[in-house]
Design a protein around this ligand. Structure first.
Ligand code: NAP
Ligand code: F7E
Length: 370
């Protein structure tokens, strides 16, 4: 009988970690996830997996070598997916040292934890690399041979991660690879990334819970895919005969403005963008009578970055050819629709829960407990 595969996932509570856990459990893996201590126990994305016999969680931290060495020794993984990171580009300008520690040195800690436990020839390692490495792009579209030009503290940290993985592959013959993933989004995306910020705002504005959405650079271009599709690639990358790095992208590009237009349209409001730069506004030209004529989107300098990456478009030919992966299994239109529909329901449910809480508070105040 084939030995059970054991996966260790850092960043299991994140968007990708939660989808990857589901995917690997579905493939019959024993899945171990790393969580870190937090004053609020925020494990929403994996709550539905806790209690499953093959799903286990452990405390460790990417900044704590000892915790990682002990955990790798205890779990004896056959595959490690290193997804943990301070993943917000704008935040990396505010917390550059923390970002470097977790996103750069953290990768080294994982590689060394594997070597310390003498697992370097038994355990395969996936490193969550990023299209942000191309940064101030030197060519469009970007493929595995495009020169890197990182353009934020986040990207510089991730560049170290990329090179240290390559170095350990060559120096020690380890099976370790980088997936250079372009932006991938979902209904589980963190609420401060631009796509989720837009879909949540569109849902709130449609339901009278928010007046306006403030955004930064509307002209920024991204290659947005669906996170649920992308986690399959992480796994495929580790199933190849030889370790290698892959670009994972859809090969289709849209602006933040286009994303906002489609999200608002899906939520029942048609926007017309007028003006330029900081003065650009998204005005509602069709939709609910109380919103028509109102400015629903404005630009705020608060969301501009000191240096911004503005032209990302991936060339997924290699992944298509060698991994047999379909880069467009979920289209841009489908992605926006999935996210908006989810957030329309979430906002409505949050409202009901809010009303119920208010009612309960009122009842308790009046001494009514039933
Ligand atoms: P995410 O939702 O922000 O999740 C990041 C995860 O890392 C969370 O589980 C977080 O834990 C964990 N983490 C952060 N600092 C840690 C520390 N010091 N020790 C242990 N865990 C820590 O990110 P994601 O979108 O799923 O992305 C997954 C990975 O892919 C990241 O490395 C990201 O940089 C990279 N990436 C993402 C994209 C994308 O478009 N999503 C594209 C390319 C690359 P908490 O829940 O406790 O905060
Ligand atoms: O920004 C612009 C912003 O924060 C996308 C991470 O997962 O993908 C993600 O990084 C673009 C940028 O993602 C707002 O200036 C305009 O040009 O959604 P984002 P990101 O920076 O591309 C890469 C591949 C990763 O590796 C990262 O981990 O949108 N933008 N207005 C805005 N961005 C935000 N967040 N908020 C705005 O209001």
């Amino acid at each position: 009988m084939e030995k059970k595969k054991i996966a260790l996932i850092t960043g299991v509570t994140g968007q990708d970690g939660s989808y990857l856990s589901e995917f690997l459990l579905g493939k019959g893996y024993e899945v171990h996830g790393v969580i870190r201590r937090s004053s609020v126990d925020y494990r929403e994305r994996i709550a539905h997996l806790e209690g499953k016999p093959d799903f286990h969680i452990h405390y460790a931290d990417m900044g704590d070598s000892m915790s990682l060495v002990k955990l790798v020794g205890k779990v004896q993984p056959t595959e490690i997916y290193n997804l943990a990171a301070q993943s917000h580009v704008q935040v990396s300008f505010d917390a550059p040292e923390f970002t470097a520690d977790v996103d750069a040195v953290g990768v080294l800690r994982i590689l060394e934890a594997v070597r310390t436990n003498h697992l370097e020839h038994h355990c395969r390692i996936y490193q969550a690399s990023t299209s942000e490495l191309y940064g101030k792009v030197e060519e469009v579209p970007q493929n595995e041979l495009t020169p890197f030009h990182p353009y934020s503290p986040y990207a510089v940290a991730k560049l170290y991660g990329y090179w240290i993985v390559k170095e350990y592959r060559e120096a020690y013959g380890m099976y370790c690879c980088s997936g250079i993933l372009f932006n991938h989004e979902s209904e589980r995306r963190g609420e401060t990334f631009v796509t989720r910020k837009i879909t949540l705002a569109a849902a709130r504005i449609a339901q009278g819970k928010q007046e306006k959405l403030f955004l930064g650079n509307l002209s920024s271009l991204r290659d947005w895919g669906y996170a649920k599709d992308y986690v399959e690639c992480m796994w495929l990358i580790l199933q190849q005969e030889q370790p290698d790095d892959f670009v994972i992208a859809t090969g289709v590009q849209h602006s933040v403005r286009e994303f906002a237009y489609l999200a608002f349209k899906t939520a029942g409001m048609e926007l017309e963008f007028r003006g330029e730069g900081i003065d650009e506004k998204g005005v509602c030209v069709a939709g609910p009578a109380n919103l028509v004529g109102k400015t629903l989107v404005e630009v705020s300098e608060d969301f501009y970055r000191p240096t911004d990456v503005v032209n990302l478009l991936g060339d997924p030919s290699k992944a298509k050819r060698e991994l047999g992966w379909d880069p467009q299994s979920t289209s841009f239109e489908q992605l926006v629709s999935i996210m908006v529909k989810h957030d329309m329901q979430k906002v409505a449910a949050d409202h009901v829960a809010g009303v119920m809480r208010t009612n309960l508070a009122e009842y308790l105040e009046k001494g009514i407990t039933k």
